[in-house]
Design a protein around this ligand. Structure first.
Ligand SMILES: Cc1cc2nc3c(=O)[nH]c(=O)nc-3n(C[C@H](O)[C@H](O)[C@H](O)COP(=O)(O)O)c2cc1C
Length: 563
């Protein structure tokens, strides 16, 4: 028999199927915004037919969570600065009140907003376009006031929906995990092909929100390493076709273990077959968009190509960044942590005369390079390095500055940024000045999709990812890079708030225009997220009401313990 290759006509080279890494790279490339052309997205939007912002599981057992007033008495919040000092916040017992507070400070509604006939909810965590693709699941074992099992968090009600029960003999002691998953359609509805990126950035913000909330409870948290997407989907019930029917699917993001006990070691994910009780699943997912007008198959392809295999947990380690000695950085804020978390809002416009004190910049810089919270959440070294465009920072010449977050990152930046960069050290800060340029504000406005936030901010940021190095042989790292950038964004939001400023994430920017500005060629580094910080201006036309005003006040009181 002739070999199969003999069937091919001479000279016709077979086109090899693109590798997963190639497909991820192609996705990133085609979803760049260009000055002359935006990435493909819907040409028209029917605002009255927006997808339902809330996923519900009809038929699941609902457990109401206590409202904030019941879980944290006035004046009981730890100071913001205490979150960063090991042992400074005594751990709360893992009970239903603590779970209520954890979700309230991470994924709950923060307010209902109204402008004319439009009414919408904002949440404690930010989200691209306020579309909130990230769903949160709780796996609870040994939590007082909650049956062991898998729950979905419903933010509109501040309630848990029990999807499945855990086996009676699932395990000993208290164990807690939060699983995150993304509904890509939520973002794709508005943003088209670029939406997959936004979902990953939002997941990074969600991770940050969760880590800070855990810190208020005196708990630690750690992403479970090596867990594959298929395994996580099985654990969260995302692979149960019959429970979704025609509802939009959820893609698994990651699993975080919460550690309420001091110094308890982080463990592996529970095995769903061992941990969940078969036959106890309840709930059907609601369909969010009854009449989708567009389809973006490239998102499903990027998601499949970047799917995470089950891996041996790599050697865990704290990021190799270390808190530098920053003499100008004041002690972190003494304000109550819950105030900073609850009042965080994106600025929609900035006061273009505001100036940022150098001490505030020092604080932001320190928060990005410290090995402490929230960076203790992630395994592996830092792979995102911000370029800061200082428009109006006291004592700092307007211009571009780079903040390498690791020694390896600095070496890469030195070789990949344009040869014309100055690389002048900045006194007292781990920053290098790349170029002094008072005209940069206008340029940043253009680069950030002509958004005035880019020029009116006191500080604009571009986040450069170690792109080629991370993706080589590990296409799922694309998601990790975006999530790490989202986590940086969450740090900037909260630290800006703590300094009396406001942040706004910027997902819309012209990718290669930014790369050209920095003299970058090739794809060793790619900008994956932008950010702006300034003095936010309040819009008095928008009315705000408390998030759960209509809900009956409810407190869970622990039964006297036999222990
Ligand atoms: C990943 C991401 C990208 C964003 N991109 C933009 C943007 O390009 N322009 C903008 O004005 N706001 C942007 N935002 C801010 C959101 O619009 C804002 O978070 C959302 O409206 C919710 O408001 P809140 O942050 O006050 O909760 C972005 C936020 C995130 C998390």
């Amino acid at each position: 028999m002739k070999p199969a290759t003999a069937l091919a006509s001479p000279g016709a080279a077979a086109t090899p199927a693109p590798t997963a890494e190639g497909r991820v790279r192609a996705y990133h490339q085609r979803t760049k915004h260009h000055l002359q052309r935006y990435a493909a997205g819907p040409e028209t939007l029917d605002w009255d037919a927006q997808p339902d912002p809330f996923r519900r599981w009809a038929g699941a057992v609902v457990t109401m969570l206590p409202l904030p007033a019941a879980t944290l008495a006035q004046g009981e919040s730890p100071a913001w600065e205490a979150l960063f000092r090991e042992g400074a916040v005594p751990p709360r017992p893992a009970d239903r009140n603590a779970i209520g507070l954890l979700f309230e400070l991470s994924f709950a509604l923060a307010a209902w907003k109204q402008h004319g006939p439009d009414r919408w909810a904002v949440r404690v965590n930010p989200s691209s376009g306020n579309l909130h693709p990230t769903e949160a699941y709780l796996l609870a074992q040994g939590v007082r006031g909650l049956d062991d099992g898998l729950y979905h968090y419903a933010p509109r009600e501040h309630a848990l929906e029990r999807r499945a029960q855990a086996r009676a003999a699932a395990g000993e002691g208290t164990r807690l995990w939060i699983g995150l998953a993304s509904i890509h359609w939520r973002e794709a509805w508005k943003y088209g092909e670029r939406a997959f990126r936004y979902c990953q950035l939002d997941a990074g913000h969600a991770l940050g929100a969760l880590r800070y909330a855990a810190a208020v409870l005196g708990w630690r948290a750690r992403v479970v390493e090596g867990l594959g997407d298929a395994e996580l989907a099985a654990l969260l019930g995302l692979d149960r076709d019959g429970d979704f029917q025609d509802a939009e699917r959820e893609a698994p993001d990651c699993l975080v273990e919460l550690l309420p006990a001091p110094a308890a070691p982080a463990g592996a994910a529970p095995d769903p077959a061992q941990w969940l009780m078969a036959g106890t699943w309840l709930g059907k997912a609601n369909r969010l968009d009854k009449h989708p007008m567009y389809r973006w198959p490239v998102i499903a392809d990027a998601s499949a190509a970047s799917s995470r295999p089950q891996l041996e947990a790599a050697c865990a380690g704290v990021p190799d960044a270390r808190p530098p000695d920053i003499p100008g950085a004041p002690a972190a804020a003494a304000e109550p942590a819950v105030e900073i978390i609850r009042t965080r809002r994106s600025a929609q416009r900035f006061d273009r005369r505001a100036v940022m004190p150098l001490s505030a910049l020092a604080r932001l810089v320190r928060a990005l390079v410290t090995a402490a919270l929230p960076w203790d959440l992630l395994p592996g070294p830092a792979r995102i390095h911000p370029v800061l465009f200082a428009h109006r920072v006291e004592g700092l010449a307007p211009g571009a500055y780079v903040l390498p977050r690791s020694a390896a990152g600095e070496a890469l930046l030195r070789s990949a940024l344009g040869a014309g960069m100055e690389w002048l050290p900045v006194d007292g800060l781990p920053l290098w000045r790349l170029a002094e340029n008072p005209a940069l504000a206008g340029t940043l406005r253009t680069i950030n999709c002509h958004q005035a936030l880019g020029s009116d901010a006191t500080l604009a940021v571009a986040m450069l990812a170690e792109y080629d190095g991370a993706l080589a042989g590990a296409p799922w790292s694309y998601r990790d890079l975006l999530a790490e950038a989202g986590l940086l964004g969450q740090v900037l939001y909260l630290e800006a708030q703590a300094c009396g400023f406001n942040g706004t994430g910027i997902g819309c920017y012209f990718d290669d225009a930014l790369h050209e500005l920095l003299g970058m060629e090739g794809t060793r580094l790619q900008s994956v997220y932008h950010f702006t910080i300034g003095a936010g201006q309040h819009d008095p036309r928008i009315q705000s009401t408390p998030p759960y005003a209509g809900r009956e006040e409810y407190a869970w009181t622990p039964e006297p313990s036999n222990a």
